[in-house]
Design a protein around this ligand. Structure first.
Ligand code: MTE
Length: 308
């Protein structure tokens, strides 16, 4: 079984040096707080400086054009081209994320503080959508657990619920009923605290494009793409298992766990292979997307056919 690993760190996608140097000198001059408070949007983070992480895939990356031109983001329409065409309407500055529920220190954090406070890493993850296509994307982000730690979850926090912005003026398809808006997702606490679970703020060395979930989205590499909720505004620490939007819409088709699993068929398509968007070729889908060694223990003793 091929594993999505590499012996050597991947060649990093280097952002233009001049842009990085410029950003660094701006930061040195103003201090991170100044950068956060005062810079216009274009200067805030045209490029994101991130350390590559050794535990990513070495599979061929999907091109930036395909990764940003073939998307699911139902708030902007249901076709794969709609997000690229319409997501420019989303205003991501200012933006903040509220963390509430079972936490000793609930509160709100602005995207500028997120960018300046957390160590960004580049991780190349395959993300496999449920209709059997996959992309390999160099995400830039940081572990979700680092953000949660800041709000100090209590022992009553058993699950984490996420919510996308609700604003039909900016997200026109929220006028329709494709989904019970706002888009919602959930993870069990141990899944949320797993170091592979990322809050991504960029990709390909750049700030997150709107159609990919700007300014901050989830990436859970061993789960189907729909768990990776975009444009997050609310994170709630809860004691009961939340119901995700897809689960609410079609409970027989989309389960809470949504672990990539070639052994579990979707009622309308098989899930044993996937079409790689970069060349159209098909490959066998790996259980847990190739991350079994890291995550299989989370599901020990569970029937994954039942808990799909
Ligand atoms: N998040 C929101 N808010 N709305 C959505 O419609 N679609 C999901 C997920 N996150 C979606 C979302 C689905 S079905 C997939 S496959 C991935 O985003 C697609 O991510 P990508 O467009 O970056 O490939």
């Amino acid at each position: 079984m091929p594993r999505y690993r590499f012996a050597e760190p991947p060649a990093r996608l280097i952002t233009p040096k001049s842009v990085l140097l410029n950003r660094r000198s701006v930061m040195a001059g103003m201090g991170a707080a100044g950068l956060a408070a005062g810079l216009p949007r274009a200067g805030r983070a045209d490029s994101l400086d991130a350390e590559p992480w050794p535990d990513s895939t070495d599979d061929t990356q999907t091109s930036y054009e395909v990764a940003t031109g073939y998307n699911n983001f139902f708030e902007f329409g249901t076709s794969k081209e709609d997000p690229a065409e319409h997501a420019h309407r989303l205003e991501t500055d200012p933006w903040s994320v509220e963390v509430s529920g079972h936490a000793h220190a609930p509160g709100e954090i602005g995207i500028e503080d997120i960018l300046s406070d957390f160590d960004l890493e580049e991780r190349v993850y395959r993300h496999r959508c449920v209709e059997a296509w996959s992309k390999v994307v160099p995400w830039i982000g940081f572990p979700l657990k680092d953000l949660l730690a800041r709000f100090d979850p209590t022992s009553d926090a058993k699950y984490v619920e996420f919510e996308t912005l609700y604003d039909p003026d900016q997200m026109p398809n929220q006028e329709g009923d494709d989904i019970d808006w706002p888009y919602r997702e959930g993870l069990r606490m141990d899944e949320a605290m797993h170091p592979l679970t990322l809050l991504a703020v960029g990709m390909y060395g750049e700030v997150m494009p709107n159609q990919n979930g700007a300014p901050i989205r989830l990436v859970v590499p061993w789960k189907y793409g729909f768990k990776s909720i975009k444009s997050i505004v609310n994170i709630r620490l809860v004691s009961e298992r939340p119901v995700s939007s897809w689960e609410a819409r079609a409970p027989r088709e989309y389960g809470f766990y949504a672990n990539v699993n070639p052994e579990v068929r979707h009622p309308r398509w098989h899930q044993a292979t996937e079409r790689r968007l970069h060349d159209g070729g098909r490959i066998a889908t790996e259980k847990f997307n190739g991350y079994g060694e890291e995550v299989a223990h989370l599901y020990e003793g569970m029937d994954l056919t039942e808990n799909f």
